[in-house]
Design a protein around this ligand. Structure first.
Ligand code: NAI
Length: 321
């Protein structure tokens, strides 16, 4: 009976995975690995690995010659050294399309909450202040320009669900050909997106190129009173530079679902900032998307064991089931 390691998870229970693997005659080991050493110890002899945040590094894959595949429960895979996996022939799979609508809706909700002052007004009202100007001026949404950085699955959906709300949608994505830009999205470069937009929403993966890509220089080029939304990965944005921009008024609102270090430190400058809106890396979440996310990530292992290839390939491997 092939054995799979469930390397880490933060789910209330894992009945879904247990049931799927049992149905296909696959043995399941469950661990909560935080470090490389945890993973190496727990995965000895496993043919495949299902994981959330457990680190998959060169040392991990080099130490596990029987491991054929790792499947990440999520769309992003920046916790996995995909180049090392490719060198060792280990397949990398993910679950890329379970929550495109959820993340886009969440980004739009954060953008509108920021533009419409929802959180600040709520705080004022519950503190006994009842006046429409209590939280400062509000601009008309239909006069605003939305800028999107990264026009992939989620960025495109964000553009689609937002296109009738704002005056213009501009986007930058150097890896797309012109034909992949919808007609209602104007193409721009990164500097132009920041200079022309009233709201910028980030939708890039975390890579060597995008790490720290949004910092003081780009923020300084924004219009006074703009808004920034990040539902991609925390390390794409220099949060201190964004807080400085908030204090200067360049940013009127900062809405973050993802942080360089999660969770936010209690009492930190970000946690107590009155113009920052925070959610706990929950953009992906709905009851339905969580089920789909977990089913697809686990199914990658079932399919690989049966056919030698997972459903959603990030990096093709050479190791066989
Ligand atoms: P995707 O791969 O479909 O799209 C990413 C786009 O970014 C691609 O079109 C790519 O060409 C573009 N890109 C790459 N480097 C760029 C750069 N330097 N400048 C501009 N564009 C660049 O990925 P998808 O599904 O749209 O997801 C985007 C990210 O959202 C994921 O990588 C993940 O990190 C994050 N995410 C966050 C979730 C949450 O709960 N907050 C849930 C799901 C995904």
């Amino acid at each position: 009976m092939p054995r799979i390691l469930f390397a880490d998870n933060d789910f209330p229970d894992i009945a879904l995975e247990r049931e799927l693997f049992a149905r296909h005659g696959i043995e399941l080991d469950v661990a909560q690995c935080r470090t490389e050493d945890d993973v190496i110890r727990a995965a000895k002899g496993a043919r495949g690995m299902l994981l959330q945040y457990a680190p998959i590094t060169e040392r991990v894959v080099a130490s596990l010659p029987e491991l054929g595949i790792v499947s990440r429960i999520g769309a992003g895979y920046d916790t996995i050294d995909t180049a090392a996996c490719a060198r060792h022939g280990v397949w990398v799979a993910n679950s890329p399309d379970y929550g495109v609508g959820e993340v886009a809706t969440h980004a739009l909700a954060m953008a509108l909450a920021s533009v419409r002052n929802i959180v600040a007004w709520h705080r004022d009202v519950t503190a006994g202040r009842w006046h429409y100007t209590s939280a400062g001026p509000v601009k008309r949404a239909s006069d605003l320009t939305l800028g999107i950085v990264g026009l992939g699955r989620i960025g495109k959906r964000m553009a689609h669900v937002s296109r009738n709300l704002f005056r213009r949608v501009v986007a930058c994505d150097p890896y797309l050909i012109d034909g992949d830009f919808p007609a209602y999205v104007e193409r721009a470069n990164l500097e132009e997106v920041f200079a022309q937009s009233d709201i910028v929403s980030l939708h890039v993966p975390l890579t060597a190129e995008t790490r720290g890509m949004i910092g003081a220089r780009l923020l300084a080029g924004m219009r006074h009173g703009s808004h920034l939304v990040n539902t991609s990965r925390g390390a794409v944005l220099d949060v201190d530079a964004a807080l400085d921009a908030l204090d200067r008024g360049t940013l009127a609102g900062l809405a973050l679902d993802v942080l360089p270090v999660e969770p936010v430190a209690a009492g930190s400058r970000l946690a107590v900032h009155p113009r920052a809106i925070l959610t706990p890396h929950s953009a992906f979440y709905s009851v339905e998307s969580e089920r789909e996310l977990r089913r697809k990530a686990a199914q990658n292992l079932v399919t690989w064991l049966a056919t030698g290839r997972p459903d959603y390939v990030v990096t093709a491997g050479t190791r066989k089931p």
